[in-house]
Write a protein that binds this ligand. Structure first.
Ligand code: NDP
Length: 451
């Protein structure tokens, strides 16, 4: 980056930090994008004059609300609900809902900001948004989760709609929660529209939506691997997380011939040197999705595996790493351990799982490294396909959706190569995704005037 671009980034970031104090995750996500875009912006007087990036970094609207509900003991509980409507330049706001005790404005703004670029990369007409609550679904009964979701949506329903803002799932929000939220929304509005995605197959959901983020991450990794004449066949893969994204990333990687050796949750990770076979993965899905158990129970069932309490899986030798749990779950030291152990490809299923230090290590060692906003875009892309099917009042087959998902992931990869290839031929997927995602949003904002 030349001096002028560096100066632009520092001045821009000083403004962001002053205006959004105590929001470290938001600062981190914005800085990464600003660093990719700065050379482009300083050489384009229109983008500078129209303050496009400055406007993209300011949410169009943030809604914060009280979510009161009654637990099974009859006690009143109060959580905080949020929806960040970040950018609607290219379509209705679109992005998941997260239920986790760590949820705050910084986390939701970083996710909504990333979502704007990711949704643009999919080529589908979707703006960026994200929402959630500090509600912790862990240990709650189905009835408690239902009462919470109903209270959450009673307020949120004023601000969303099929052509306005279409929420989906994220951490702590799966099929059960989407069902409760959609049910209450339908009751309040007296309409059956595609205002939520991730719906059940019998009531407006798209085939393959549950699988889409994990599968899409593998499809993107396949494209990256192909640039070096490689594939998943015969590779060892470390995956973190054991939720929606991790489960289906593990399933597809295994189908493509790899051996997945780790999974994790917030308490620790399991290492199965023999590989997590399809049968073992079926057990994990039952354990996590039906019994809502913990990943350590895996070693009780499969004693040849080991459980490491309080640790993350990045010290285990692998060829391919797929962080699929949460933000900043892979730091510089862990990135170095992966490199030292021969890992040559990192495909992010989670949003911003690698710290800036980790990314610098991957890139300086010329690893194939894709940021979540490119490689995990298959989830929201399939949500976009669900919206299309809902608008058309029809349902495509699993094969049709899979084919479309495949081609979207290929397109995103091509876009990253187009904008991210450096002089020595190395593809900087971070730069490629940021510039590729920015262009369409910026052009739309220029066309719409100062709004
Ligand atoms: P789930 O709730 O299904 O699973 C989350 C997994 O990550 C669980 O294993 C959870 O463990 C673990 N986890 C959560 N928080 C932490 C933490 N602080 N430290 C360590 N582990 C943690 O969520 P998803 O699989 O849907 O989401 C995973 C990631 O993928 C997130 O970054 C999300 O934003 C991203 N993503 C999801 C999409 C989707 O379609 N669902 C789309 C695109 C991105 P535990 O059970 O202990 O909490």
């Amino acid at each position: 980056m030349d001096k002028l671009a560096k100066q632009y980034v520092e001045e821009f970031m000083a403004g962001i930090v002053a205006k959004n104090p105590n929001e470290p995750e938001f600062h981190q996500a914005v800085r990464e994008v600003a660093e990719s875009l700065a050379p482009h912006i300083v050489s384009d007087p229109v983008l500078r004059k129209m303050k496009i990036l400055e406007r993209i970094a300011e949410p169009e609207r943030v809604i914060i609300f009280r979510v009161p509900w009654v637990n099974d003991k009859g006690e009143v509980e109060i959580n905080r609900g949020y929806r960040v409507q970040m950018n609607s330049a290219i379509g209705p706001y679109k992005g998941g809902i997260r239920f986790h005790p760590s949820v705050n404005l910084s986390i939701l703004k970083f996710l909504a900001f990333e979502q704007t670029f990711k949704n643009s990369l999919t080529t589908l007409p979707m703006g960026g948004g994200k929402g959630g609550s500090d509600f912790n679904p862990k240990g709650k009964s189905d009835n408690e989760v239902m009462r919470f979701c109903q209270s959450f949506v009673t307020e949120l329903s004023r601000h969303i709609g099929a052509d306005t803002d279409v929420p989906a799932g994220d951490i702590g929000v799966g099929g059960r929660e989407i069902g409760f939220m959609f049910g209450q929304f339908k009751r309040l509005r007296d309409e059956f529209t595609g205002t939520f995605t991730g719906k059940g197959l019998d009531w407006g959901g798209s085939p393959l939506r549950p699988e889409a983020t994990g599968y899409g991450t593998c499809y993107f990794a396949q494209e990256m691997l192909a640039t070096r004449g490689e594939s998943f066949e015969g590779k060892r893969v470390c995956i973190s997380g054991s939720g929606n994204v991790a489960q289906f990333a593990a399933k597809k990687a295994t189908e493509l011939g790899a051996t997945v050796v780790t999974l994790s949750d917030s308490s620790g990770f399991i290492y199965d040197p023999d590989g997590i076979s399809p049968e073992k993965l079926d057990y994990v899905m039952m354990l996590k999705n039906v019994y809502r158990g913990r990943i350590k129970e895996y070693v009780e069932r499969y004693p040849s595996a080991q459980y490491f309490a309080g640790e993350r899986p990045w010290g285990i030798k692998c060829d391919i790493a797929m962080p699929c749990a949460t933000q900043n779950e892979l730091n510089g030291e862990q990135a170095q351990a992966l490199v030292d152990n021969g890992c040559f490809c990192v495909a992010e299923g989670a949003n911003m799982p690698s710290t800036p230090e980790a990314i610098a290590i991957f890139q300086s060692n010329k690893l194939l490294y894709s940021p979540g906003k490119a490689s995990n875009a298959g989830g929201v892309a399939t949500s976009g396909l669900e919206m299309t099917q809902n608008s058309m009042r029809l349902k495509w087959s699993r094969e049709e959706v899979d084919e479309k998902l495949h081609s979207i992931m290929k397109n995103i990869h091509e876009m990253c190569v187009k904008y991210g290839t450096e002089e020595d031929g190395y593809v900087n997927y971070v730069k490629g995704a940021n510039i590729g995602g920015f262009m369409k949003v910026a052009n739309a904002m220029l066309a719409h005037g100062v709004v």
